[in-house]
Design a protein around this ligand. Sequence first.
Ligand code: F0G
Length: 468
Amino acid sequence: MKTIIEPFRIKSIETVRTTTVEQREEILKNAYYNPFLIPAEDVLIDLLTDSGTSAMSAKQWAAIMDGDESYAGSKSYFRFKNATENIFGFKHIIPVHQGRAAERILFQFLLSSIDEEGRFNNAGKGKTIPSNNHFDTTRANIEFNGAEAVDLVIEEGKHPEVIHPFKGNMDLKKLEAFIKKYGKENIPVCMITITNNTGGGQPVSMENIREVSKICRKNGIPFFIDACRFAENAYFIKIREKGYENKEILDICREMFSYADGCTMSAKKDAFANIGGFVAMNSEDWYLNCKNLLIITEGYETYGGLAGRDMEAIAQGLEEIVDEGYLHYRIHSTKYLGDKLTENGIPIIQPPGGHAIYVDAKGFLPNIPADKYPGQALTAELYRIGGVRAVEIGSVMFGKYDEKGKLIPADMELVRLAIPRRVYTQSHIDYLIEVFCEIKENKDKIHGIKIIEEPKFLRHFTAKFGLA
Ligand code: F0G
């Protein structure tokens, strides 16, 4: 059979609400054209994120009932620990409430000097942390601690139309030159994000992970993986990288992590959980320091801000995510959306990524300049026409200002259609394609967007916008 079907059936449903274009115009205005400010009940198809939005399995819900809420040494913690060890293989694991808590703990520790009383004093200035592309919370946590976050993705990864099997790869030459220029003593860790969310959900090859690891080891720089979508990355390695076609997904995952000294993970992605995450590492010293920070702000070491039931859901989710049948459906259903949009003349980052399709808003709306935020304009139009919620990944999210307050635009102006795991069916996706076709017919009339109000960090979450 050629048709790839959803490898599950629906046991429990949530009703979605339909609204009219006129209602949505009003809702948009009230939300200052920021999709994060739209009440979720007013959204028909929610593609804002694949984070924490997965449909959990019957087995996960059953595990939740079995959650052990003991403060210390809960049975659920040990199940969580075993499940993570099985895949990631690091010596120490610290549960946290979500990915950015892992980042906050790791970077607060790495970018501090620790005084005689054991206090952490910020010492991030002059330090830099390279990655293929840092995700926005990772970047913010690095910058918030006074250091610089630097992106070293390969050139192909910056051009939406260029086809490359592993567009998330790090540029090895640039990494070597970077280490030479800044000095290894100023690089407390090197990261790689799999899959590369900011760069289009594009995978990183095993070879690239191995080579980055080699360069880091040669220079004595610890190497960490931002592991949010590790299973999707492993599936891409299986289908695209020579030598891996007959390997089990679990073995591919284990090999990826064997090259690293630790990882940060948001279990809201490839663990099918609604909340949770962890930071894992081999170093005993790092573990002890990170654990101290954990206990001060997140919780005791055997729950780290999670309920026992959350750790159960993560443990069960991690068992399910490495299922090749599921990943086959996942990657192909994302590709289905990408291919249909391409057929209909909507430019996207090619080839389609793992968890999302990224529409090239600069290519789609060439009349709207970067300082009128074409990506933000397209998210507003998607909602207005179809009740679809998506997120801009462009100059709203990553733009900076020069000394004169002029916008330094992001490399790309994208709109991400993130697909929650096991949530939407093919007819939802077909509807979405129709919405795009309708937008395309009148795209020259779409307004640019201006920023009315913005915070200093992570502005896309709370900024207010208006029509330009
Ligand atoms: N790293 C990557 C690559 C991510 O995509 C995210 C979250 C995080 C870290 C932080 O994890 O949300 O659990 O604190 N990405 C979500 C998204 C928010 O929509 O892509 P978190």
